[in-house]
Design a protein around this ligand. Structure first.
Ligand code: ADP
Length: 485
């Protein structure tokens, strides 16, 4: 099948979260399975020189048929695996350091910028003489693609192309003034409650939800949660309406990038057959993070965007008491809301030797934390899939998670026995619940080493590779194509 991924970020070129990893590793797996996969992303100013060196510009510029014609240059990279990546260059829209926002908040013209990306996805195929069977669109930034396909280009060369929209995070929906409809060159009738309109404004994601041929979410539980008033962020009605067309497919991980047996960022490599070197990783991490170098202290890790979604404000509430009363250590890596950054910085200052906080973004340190910790905490308010708990399982670092979305689907709760569990699961997002679960994990660590060892082995041997999920995406693409014909 010919599949065009339309996405606002893609690893390794530009990444702000799990979206970039997911699309990159799914695309590669689909190529490995014999599909012709290409991806279109904006050419941001922040894309590093080392990636720019491998790009070549297409011979002709791309005419993007918004309300008014606009022109862009497109650059192409062909990755070693065979994935073609197209970078959409438009100085005014994309030559910026960060994809969505600056220090003053979200860019005011995000609607226009990503409408441009969507329309470019529609115009690219004729320029490169390659008609996709399926446009796989990701989140609100690509949500106008299905709207174009079902309206203005319905009877052209793309008439048989289907669309699949994956909802990675319903919280972000993409709002804009209703003038965007005209600016984007879409018919006015699309601005209606069962289309692009929400509260008098344009809601990109809502349009995608109504117009895409099929919808997916990144875990089965999240697919159910978004249909409820509690998890629907105002779009639960639209999602219930499309309920029969939504499937939840669990994200996989890139098992080559995240492999403790070969990971070059680690002080030592290990595998489920021989995990003894994991303790070397722990010592190295303790040293690097200025924590007391003791194997006996259970070490807990967090790597996260510091955002309301992640429940880390409640973790902070719990940590003051935990750090004062328990013999445990924390290593945190994250960036985001300044209030949370400040709270973690203060905690680390007050509890040096027990708590380390790196505020920033650091891929290498992320690998070291995954390998060096004993436990990994994710107390998310909601979690569409979550990647870090999957990396943690693969690195034998037992996840402590709240039962929501993908966390619920991927971590089996410990049941005080040797043959069950890959982590610790709690229900309520309260400081009490977090404290209690951390205490439970510590007790298990000290009192039931055989149970711990069995859990670590089971966690490391869980299969979260893309092979199964990529097959399910192919089924979904076929299903979308059938609903088109
Ligand atoms: P989300 O997409 O909601 O941020 P995910 O768990 O799906 O959450 O994916 C987060 C990805 O971003 C993971 O690959 C994680 O390792 C990475 N990540 C998040 N924050 C940082 C950070 N400060 N430094 C390095 N990697 C980070």
């Amino acid at each position: 099948m010919k599949i065009l991924m339309v996405v606002s970020e893609l690893s390794p070129y530009v990444k702000t979260g799990g979206l970039a990893d997911m699309v990159s590793s799914l695309s590669r797996e689909l190529v490995r399975n014999g599909n012709d996969v290409r991806a279109l992303i904006p050419f941001y100013g922040s894309i590093e020189e080392r990636w720019r060196r491998n790009m070549r510009p297409l011979a002709s510029p791309l005419c993007v048929h918004m309300g008014q014609e606009r022109w862009a240059r497109v650059h192409e990279t062909i990755e070693r695996c065979g994935l073609h990546v197209y970078f959409l260059e438009h100085h005014h829209y994309f030559d910026r350091e960060r994809p969505y926002d600056s220090c003053y908040g979200a860019y005011g013209d995000n609607g226009e910028r990503f409408a441009f990306l969507c329309r470019a996805a529609i115009d690219l195929p004729s320029l490169i003489d390659w008609i996709p069977d399926v446009f796989h669109c990701h989140d609100w930034m690509a949500s106008l693609v299905p709207v174009y396909l079902e309206t203005v280009v319905r009877h052209g060369p793309l008439g048989n192309s289907a669309s699949v929209l994956t909802v990675h995070n319903l919280e972000h929906q993409g709002y804009g003034d209703k003038s965007i409809v005209q600016m984007a060159g879409l018919p006015q009738w699309t601005f209606r409650p069962d289309g692009l309109e929400a509260c008098g404004a344009v809601n990109f994601l809502k349009g995608g939800i109504y117009f895409a041929n099929k919808l997916t979410t990144v875990s089965p539980s999240y697919g159910e949660e978004i249909k409820t008033a509690e998890g629907g962020f105002g779009l639960d009605g639209a999602l219930r309406f499309r309920g029969g067309d939504i499937i939840g497919i669990l994200n996989g991980i890139d098992c080559e990038v995240w492999d403790p047996a070969t990971d070059s960022a680690l002080a030592a490599n290990y595998s489920s057959k021989n995990i003894s070197a994991k303790s070397t990783c722990k010592s190295a991490l303790q040293k690097m993070c200025h924590l007391d170098e003791r194997q006996s202290a259970p070490l807990f890790g967090v790597i996260s965007r510091l955002h309301w979604q992640k429940g880390l404000d409640t973790l902070c509430d719990a940590m003051e008491w935990i750090l004062a009363h328990m013999d445990i250590q924390f290593a945190l890596l994250g960036a985001g809301q300044w209030q949370l950054e400040e709270r973690f910085r203060l905690l680390a200052n007050r509890h040096s030797g027990k708590m380390f906080a790196a505020i920033g973004y650091d891929e290498e340190l992320a690998h070291r934390i995954e390998a060096g910790c004993d436990f990994f905490i994710m107390p998310s308010r909601f979690e569409p899939c979550g990647l870090n708990q999957l990396y943690s399982l693969r690195y034998g670092t037992l996840p402590i998670v709240r039962a929501t979305g993908g966390l619920r689907d991927t971590v089996q709760n410990y049941g005080n026995c040797e043959d069950c569990g890959t982590g610790f699961v709690f229900n309520d997002l309260t400081a009490d619940a977090i404290r209690g679960t951390i205490r439970w994990a510590c007790d298990t660590y000290h009192r039931a080493p055989a149970h711990m060892a069995a859990m670590i082995r089971r966690a490391m041997e869980s299969d979260f590779s893309w092979s199964r999920s990529a097959i399910r995406y192919c089924e979904c693409y076929r299903w979308a194509l059938q609903s088109k014909s």
